[in-house]
Design a protein around this ligand. Structure first.
Ligand code: F42
Length: 151
């Protein structure tokens, strides 16, 4: 089901601006992390307390049509709060990787599956390895699988 409702932009200006520019341009602009040239996707979740729509740029880690969503938050000691949104509503997720967002289902991965996706994530965005070395928190990894379109 499409994740609709009242959109509440991020309190972080750079994040809010990136979402707005990405969506306005259909993914042609603001599609990298600053000037790194490394691609991002926009993930839409439902606030687990407010019920509002939240949009979060994340690094693009794609493999076989699926996407890893890495809750790194720069190696901070606590999870980003979008982690709790995904845990509460894993079926209310959209991913935008280009012109149009698509519905996805997410699940947190562990063990060997997490290790394989972690390697892909670090290959796509090497600073993830440094973030993990900076915190005792095991950085959670979700895998988003596009839902078959209704039509
Ligand atoms: N963050 C990552 O963790 N991984 C990445 O790969 C990543 C890449 C990236 C690329 C570009 C870019 O611009 C940003 C990037 N970020 C990446 C940062 C990411 O977009 C987020 O800003 C960051 O992960 C922090 O996420 P957050 O959800 O903790 O954001 C906070 C600041 C936030 O939005 N807080 C809101 C607020 O008002 O304080 C609340 C948001 C929310 O979801 N509230 C829930 C609700 O019900 O509405 C309740 C949540 C709860 O349980 O408290």
């Amino acid at each position: 089901m499409p994740v609709d409702g009242e959109y509440q932009p991020s309190p972080a200006q750079w994040v809010r601006d990136q979402v707005e520019a990405y969506e306005r341009s259909g993914g042609r602009e603001a599609n990298t992390l600053r000037d790194t040239g490394l691609p991002v996707v926009i993930v839409t979740t439902r606030g687990n307390k407010s019920g509002k729509i939240r949009k979060t740029p994340l690094m693009r880690v794609e493999h076989g049509g699926k996407y890893a969503l890495v809750a790194s938050k720069g190696g901070a000691p606590t999870h980003p709060v979008w982690y709790y949104n995904l845990k509460a509503s894993p079926d209310a997720v959209m991913v935008q990787d280009g012109p149009e967002p698509f519905e996805a289902e997410v699940r947190e991965v562990t063990g060997d599956e997490r290790a394989a996706w972690w390697d892909r994530a670090v290959a796509a965005y090497p600073p993830y390895a440094e973030y993990q070395s900076n915190t005792d928190r095991e950085i959670p990894v979700f895998v988003a699988t596009p839902r078959p379109s209704a039509d």
